[in-house]
Design a protein around this ligand. Structure first.
Ligand code: NAD
Ligand code: GLY
Length: 356
């Protein structure tokens, strides 16, 4: 076991730690001290609970631990699943001292977090992410929510956890395709904020794909540092935080047009980043570096044939539309992103034509 790494998300009295290490689940970390009262509800799913619920129980010595296993999949990120969590809280007589613990990937984390934000206007909340994507992105920063037929993550709340506990050992059971999808968000962090990290990823992508523990721990730590810094600067996405959505406006439109579940979120974001780079005024060589790294990570880089108009319509539902104008996250250069409305609509349409 290596010494756990610790990063703080600096949000004043709501600051919280992200603890990253191997062997943390199974009693090696006292999570009980972060539980608000005596009762917790672990929200997981039918895939993750059989693998890690019992281990997590031994991190919660002395607490009363109930559990709920949701069905597995993005298509269950719905009001029905949210209500299952709320029903269990209400029927067990949970109060504001109850702590909801999300054990799973981003789907479980987003639903459980929204339930924690909504029940009695806010109960305790802890994130125990078990996918690479959730460890480097969705568990950090307090975005929670569910999907609506009209758009992804359309209903939700900002609600920060009290701690994010990342046991990198959980990645050993993660399907390879999911690991690659998580790498898309890791690569995103390099592309938007740290060219040195991007170059490190170019040198270490094979080690990451092979599940090499030190390489994964570094990629998770640097991603969390970047995300923590951006969130501390702009928690509610009034401005700069939107850079974390690099590739997401195109990616969400692809997911929405294809139907959720066809592509993994990280796969759609990979294609979206290539499209956003196409529209960015950067060196062609930088575009090629991004495309090449994503390709080497085993990610798709070309849009499926969903139709340019359909993608354009889906993009107009994006949360970054302000006064009918779509703001996009583009690159000023590789390693530096901006949020802008300063792009040519004709060029956007040409980029979308790749989806014909
Ligand atoms: P996911 O939660 O669907 O998990 C992927 C699959 O891996 C699932 O089948 C899950 O059961 C399985 N799994 C999870 N951990 C495992 C493990 N250790 N071993 C074996 N199998 C395991 O998908 P995801 O990629 O983690 O998250 C995607 C979701 O996250 C999307 O809904 C997206 O909108 C959301 N998201 C939210 C934010 C945010 O800031 N809140 C950011 C990015 C993405
Ligand atoms: N995944 C984008 C954000 O957390 O803001």
């Amino acid at each position: 076991m290596i010494e756990p790494r610790r990063i703080t998300v600096e949000l004043g009295f709501r600051s919280y730690p992200i603890v990253i290490g191997d062997g943390l689940l199974g009693g090696n970390f006292d999570l009980a001290e972060y539980v608000r009262g005596e009762d917790c509800l672990v929200v997981s799913n039918v895939t993750v609970a059989p693998l890690y619920l019992e281990k997590l129980r031994s991190n919660l010595g002395g607490k009363k631990v109930a559990a709920l296993e949701l069905p597995d999949g993005e298509r269950f990120k719905t009001t029905d699943s949210l209500h299952q969590v709320l029903d269990q809280l209400a029927e067990s007589g949970a109060n504001r001292d109850t702590t909801v613990i999300a054990l799973g990937g981003g789907v479980v984390g987003d639903i459980a977090g929204f339930a924690a934000a909504s029940y009695m206007r806010g109960v305790g909340f802890i994130q125990v992410p078990t996918t690479l994507l959730a460890q480097v992105d969705s568990s950090v920063g307090g975005k929670t929510g569910i999907n609506h037929a009209q758009g992804k993550n359309l209903i939700g709340a900002f609600y920060q956890p009290g701690i994010v506990l990342i046991d990198t050992d959980t990645l050993q059971t993660l399907p390879e395709r999911e690991l690659k999808a998580g790498l898309a968000e890791v690569i995103k962090h390099g592309a938007i904020a740290d060219i040195d990290f991007f170059a490190w990823l170019e040198d270490n992508i094979e080690a990451l794909l092979a599940g090499q523990p030190d390489a994964l721990a570094h990629a998770i730590e640097r991603s969390c540092e970047i995300k923590a810094e951006v969130v501390a600067d702009d928690e509610r996405e009034a401005g700069r935080r939107a850079i974390l959505n690099f590739g997401h406006t195109f990616g969400h439109a692809i997911e929405n047009s294809l139907g959720y579940g066809e592509l993994l979120h990280g796969e759609a974001v990979a294609i979206g980043m290539v499209m956003a780079a196409e529209l960015s005024d950067i060196e062609p060589a930088s575009r090629e570096r991004l495309r090449d790294l994503l390709r080497r990570a085993g990610l798709p880089v070309s849009p499926p044939a969903v139709g340019a108009q359909r993608m354009f319509d889906a993009m107009s539902m994006d949360k970054k539309v302000v006064q009918k104008q779509l703001r996009l996250v583009l690159l000023d250069r590789l390693g530096d992103a901006c949020v802008t409305t300063d792009y040519d609509e004709g060029s956007l349409r040409r980029v979308l034509e790749a989806a014909e």
